[in-house]
Design a protein around this ligand. Structure first.
Ligand code: ATP
Length: 343
């Protein structure tokens, strides 16, 4: 049986709760599809940082770089580390150093009553968020009363994320790609316009359209059904994917993958953070972590295993075994058990 090694960084807050709930479900689906996962649990977290002053040691980074098939991460963030140094080193560090330039965030309505919209129809789009540039490089300066944040958009960076979005659209039978920027107010965003126009010409079979990010936010609420693939920069992708999550049930169900197409390196994490307010209470929704595991299985070459997970989630949500964030009363373990029974 084929076996993969997956490094687990469960992290902080609800991270360990949702990851440990998801793992047995993922094991069952893997077994059904004739593969296995060797989970390798790593201790890096706020607690570890507070105890040892260590965020992600070099040797651990090298192992993640060279010796594992994927990284499965829960959440990082803890009120005891207000500067979030460990999260910056671990999550942003892995995204940047492994050059995981695609943050892939699907938005899909898995049960009609999970949306606050009146006539939702079928909401099913993905966001390609640029993951290695923009304002997240932390460049700029702070002195006295002046704080300047720089936003980096390179030709290479913009081109490769746009191309990844078109490639994915083509491979998945989509017909439209929407690029979003704010080039009417931020002159440097013209690079997004230029690259998008040039790359779109190579994909004549796909409709290429543009929306300023403010207009897109409005349209996503009014008519989310018309979008299929959205490609945008790091900051706008971060914000629009929370908006997207809000359209389909909230952060408790939103999955994400950090990828470098064509390479083995990949990191999978729910969109949500460590949610300290509900940590330790046993009520965190494990669905985002389970669907994130599905994205990992797709990356490892098992899309049917991912489809099984999604179908189990649909069934459980319809049965109303839901955690409180979705209006239910079920605990994390009850939702996980229901999912495991189905797969
Ligand atoms: P970050 O800055 O890392 O995004 P945050 O604290 O701003 O973190 P989250 O930790 O993602 O945001 O959570 C915001 C709120 O959403 C939480 O307080 C919680 O109420 C809800 N939430 C997020 N994830 C879950 C989940 N898996 N299950 C239930 N509720 C969740």
């Amino acid at each position: 049986m084929k076996a993969f090694t997956v490094a687990v960084i469960a992290g902080d807050g609800i991270g360990p709760e949702v990851i440990e709930a998801a793992i047995p479900i993922l094991d069952r689906v893997a077994a059904k599809h004739s593969f296995a996962i060797r989970w390798e649990r790593l201790p890096y977290s706020a607690a570890h940082y507070l105890k040892t002053k260590e965020t992600l040691p070099d040797a651990a980074f090298r192992r993640l770089q060279n010796d594992v098939d994927a990284i499965f991460l829960g959440a990082l963030g803890d009120p005891r580390v207000p500067g979030n140094e460990h999260a910056r080193d671990i999550l942003l560090g892995l995204r940047f150093k492994l050059d995981l330039y695609v943050n892939f965030r699907p938005v899909e309505l898995l049960h009609p009553d999970l949306t606050p919209l009146r006539n939702p129809g079928s909401i099913d789009f993905v966001i390609f968020r640029e993951n290695t540039e923009g304002q997240y490089l932390g460049r700029g300066r702070s002195s006295g009363d002046e704080h300047v944040a720089e936003e980096v958009n390179t030709g290479k960076g913009v081109e490769r994320i746009i191309r990844a979005a078109f490639e994915w659209a083509k491979a998945h039978g989509k017909t439209r790609v929407t690029m979003s920027d704010k080039s009417n107010a931020i002159p440097t965003h013209r690079i997004w316009q230029d690259k998008f126009r040039a790359i779109a010409r190579e994909y004549a079979e796909l409709t290429a359209e543009h929306r300023y990010v403010d207009a897109l936010a409005l349209e996503l609420v009014r008519e989310p059904q018309r979008f299929q693939v959205i490609v945008t920069n790091n900051l706008y992708g971060d914000i629009l994917s929370d908006l997207g999550a809000g359209l389909v049930g909230g952060l408790g169900t939103a999955a994400s993958a950090n990828l470098h197409p064509g390479r083995r390196h990949a990191l999978f994490e729910p969109v949500h953070g460590s949610a300290p307010a509900i940590a330790g209470k046993g009520v965190a929704n494990p669905v985002a972590a389970v669907l994130t595991g599905g994205l990992m299985f797709e990356h490892l070459g098992y899309p049917a295993a991912s489809a099984d997970l999604k179908q189990a989630v649909r069934t459980v949500l319809a049965s109303r075994t839901r955690t409180p964030d979705l209006g239910g009363e079920a605990r994390t373990t009850a939702v996980a058990r229901a999912l495991a029974d189905l797969v």
